[in-house]
Design a protein around this ligand. Structure first.
Ligand code: NAD
Length: 367
């Protein structure tokens, strides 16, 4: 294409990184490429005011690079607010590896990714996310200390998912208390979308409490396994959003609350583990508020995992991990009340409190 036909307006439209819709003053975005292992990854460091940017690595077969970039920008920003609202001294970061975790993940690729993480000298600390296992973090640990969520046998905190699920359960109970007047979930109809690491553990908590659990997943074998184990009902309809349930727990991927789904949702409470559930926070958060659906902000209630891995850095024990995770119940109640009092969405209420903490620290740091 000849440059003389590109207008300034065209250039504006083409801003490939800083002009992205999901770009939110991220401090650093690192593109990692290695021909030999086939590694193509993006590390996003959103904010390091409260501490080093900690967040998991996701491996996913994105349709295109824009989608991967958009994901890492959104996810890393989410981590900043997650750690801030949870009271941890951590910043927000995340990484995505472009590819199929089942067929393209090799030990060499994971080690090479670790080398890129190491090159950031601790400004970014990685962990597990979708498409990753504890064993992958062990491989990263071979080349860098800037990784959490490694095996317990290697001195790590192990799989964070059960703690994440416990935090989601706590947040769900608090949201139920707010909406239904009681946090007892017995006989409540709950649909869990995605029964992976976190989803299965959430199903366990829910069935232990006597909730009527419906499960949905794209993986049929998993559905059968989890259904058998917990006596949960497999969803067989064609549109889970319009299912008449009390609680909807998104535990698969993000942006599930969007223009196509939001008006169909019959659940009275939304509380799940997936990151970035609201496709457009301000728009979809507002519609939920108007429809009287209590939304427990994802980044608040799914913080159990980061509380767990933070223990690796701070050296606190399991008891303290559980105490901090249980506290998600109280924080959720505070946020829901704050949103009501101020007439704002629950997501905005949580963001405001997290931002206040970051701003205060920034002022202190500059003194
Ligand atoms: P996972 O990969 O173990 O499980 C995801 C599950 O969702 C899989 O079973 C997959 O088949 C299913 N799935 C994918 N697309 C689906 C669809 N369209 N409909 C229904 N099911 C679908 O991941 P995980 O570790 O359980 O994490 C789940 C979510 O929670 C992710 O969004 C992750 O970012 C978030 N999260 C996880 C942790 C953690 O500790 N693992 C912490 C915070 C947030």
């Amino acid at each position: 294409m000849s440059t003389d036909i590109i207008t300034p307006d065209d250039l504006k439209k083409m801003d490939p990184v800083f002009g992205q819709l999901s770009f939110d003053n991220h401090e650093q975005i690192v593109f990692c490429n290695d021909k030999d292992t086939g590694l193509k990854a993006i590390i996003g460091i959103h904010n390091t005011v409260l501490g080093p940017a900690l967040g998991g690595t996701r491996m996913w077969q994105y349709d295109n690079e824009w989608e991967a970039l958009n994901d890492v920008l959104r996810l890393s920003r989410g981590m900043t607010y997650k750690s801030a609202i949870t009271g941890l001294n951590l910043g927000g970061g995340k990484a995505v590896i472009i590819g199929d975790a089942k067929t393209q993940k090799t030990p060499e690729l994971m080690r090479k990714f670790g080398e890129f993480v190491h090159s950031l000298s601790g400004n970014y600390i990685t962990a597990e996310d979708v498409g990753m296992e504890t064993a992958d973090m062990d491989l990263v640990r071979e080349v860098t200390p800037y990784v959490t969520g490694i095996s317990e046998s290697k001195g790590g905190s192990g799989n964070p998912s059960p703690i994440t699920a416990y935090g989601v359960f706590m947040g769900m109970k608090a949201a139920a208390k707010y909406k239904f007047g009681s946090d007892v979930l017995e006989d409540k109809k709950v649909i869990v979308q995605g029964i992976g690491h976190v989803g299965e553990s959430l199903v366990e908590h829910l069935t232990n409490e006597g909730a009527k659990v419906i499960i949905s997943d794209i993986n049929q074998a998993r559905l059968e396994e989890v259904s058998k184990k917990y006596n949960a009902t497999i969803y067989t309809g064609s549109d889970i959003y319009s299912e008449d349930v009390d609680i909807y727990a998104p535990c698969a991927l993000g942006a599930v609350i969007n223009d196509d789904t939001i008006h169909k949702i019959k659940a009275k409470v939304i509380a799940g583990a997936a990151n970035n559930q609201l496709a457009v926070e301000a728009v979809h958060g507002k519609i939920l508020q108007e429809r009287g659906i209590v939304y427990a902000p994802d980044f608040l209630i799914n913080a159990g995992g980061i509380i767990n891995v933070y223990a690796e850095l701070e050296g606190y024990d399991k008891k303290e991990i559980m105490r901090k995770t249980e506290n998600i119940y109280n924080t959720t109640l505070e946020i829901l009340a704050n949103a009501d009092t101020n007439g704002i969405t629950t997501n905005q209420a949580a963001l405001n409190i997290a931002q206040e903490r970051i701003d205060t620290r920034k002022k202190e740091n500059s003194k």
